[in-house]
Design a protein around this ligand. Structure first.
Ligand SMILES: NC(=O)c1ccc[n+]([C@@H]2O[C@H](COP(=O)([O-])OP(=O)(O)OC[C@H]3O[C@@H](n4cnc5c(N)ncnc54)[C@H](OP(=O)(O)O)[C@@H]3O)[C@@H](O)[C@H]2O)c1
Length: 287
């Protein structure tokens, strides 16, 4: 039976490269896209470059009701989910809010992925061996979880809000690995490297990538996607869970990303935040 993967943010950059690489490996790829026209173009690109099979499903990670609709559609069509790559990302120059009113990076990088992962858990649990791959960033090291101001309303800098959201992604991954430890589902997070995509172009990456010395630092989206693809497919990693990889290598996490109290509190606060929009939402329990 063909494996099924779902990749968020599959319309460009590393998400598109990841979707293409997975389809090349004979995996059916469901591409979560938010813009239908852009998604159709990306789907055509994936099919042409891979010769494999793929489909698009539309949702906005900042709109939890749209994620619920997507999960329902997925469940109606697919019995199992083997690979979930939570990749979508943003870097807004000034403070922005999602459709549901959360600070955009907290809402998209973290809360939307927290919600969709839990919504698709029944399908992940159906796969013989499922993998959740969360695209974080080494910026997590500069982040903090300020429970009094999760939406950065009192103080906002995009670097800080980005770092905070990526720390939340790493803490989420660690908690997932703990909650799923008696199952066949693994969860790992990663830093892809510094990659020349529309995210970095927004902070001058296009210009920097042409500078002689700095250009060597920037990876192509295909190179940047390699760690996510490795975590999603390498047979040797079938039992690896709760790890953080930086460009292909496992790295020790900073203490702030492994603090059990923060992890548990973030999990239960996040469940409540999602329930404000979707009252029937339930995150998985500690087995
Ligand atoms: N580039 C780097 O150097 C770097 C370094 C560390 C970590 N990362 C992380 O890598 C991941 C991929 O980023 P990238 O560099 O490949 O950026 P990218 O080319 O800008 O891709 C971002 C993707 O996320 C999608 N997206 C954004 N907001 C969304 C929303 N609300 N709902 C659904 N999809 C949404 C975008 O869709 P649209 O096409 O509709 O905009 C796009 O497909 C991100 O999580 C980023 O934080 C990147």
């Amino acid at each position: 039976m063909k494996k099924i993967a779902l990749v968020t943010g599959a319309s460009s950059g590393m998400g598109l490269a990841t979707a293409t690489a997975l389809a090349k490996q004979n995996i059916h790829v469901v591409m979560l896209i938010r813009n239908y026209a852009k998604g159709l173009a990306a789907l055509a690109q994936v099919k042409k470059a891979s010769g494999g099979s793929a489909e698009i499903l539309q949702a906005d990670l900042g709109d939890l009701q749209s994620l619920e609709r997507l999960a329902n559609k997925f469940q109606a069509q697919h019995h199992q989910l083997d690979i979930l790559v939570n990749n979508a990302g943003v870097l807004p120059p000034k403070r922005q809010e999602t459709h549901d009113g959360f600070e955009e990076m907290f809402g998209v990088h973290y809360l939307g992925h927290f919600a969709i992962t839990n919504m698709l858990m029944p399908q992940l649990l159906q796969a013989p061996q499922a993998r959740i791959v969360n695209v974080a960033s080494l910026a997590y090291r500069f982040g903090e979880i300020n429970f009094a101001d999760l939406n950065s309303k009192k103080h906002y800098s995009f670097v800080k809000a980005y770092s905070n959201s990526k720390l939340a992604v790493v803490l989420f991954t660690e908690m997932l690995a703990k909650r799923l430890r008696f199952t066949q589902v693994t969860a790992n997070s990663l830093h892809p490297g510094i990659v020349n995509t529309s995210v970095t172009s927004r902070i001058g990456g296009d210009f920097l990538a042409t500078a002689p010395l700095i250009s060597k630092v920037f990876l192509t989206p295909e190179k940047g996607a390699e760690t996510a693809i490795m975590l999603a497919t390498d047979p040797a990693l079938f039992a690896v869970s709760g790890k953080y990889f930086d460009q292909g290598r496992p790295r020790k996490l900073a203490a702030k990303a492994t603090d059990l109290n923060t992890m548990e509190r973030l999990w239960s606060v996040s469940e409540s935040l999602v329930q404000e929009i979707l009252p029937d939402f339930k995150a998985i329990y500690q087995p």
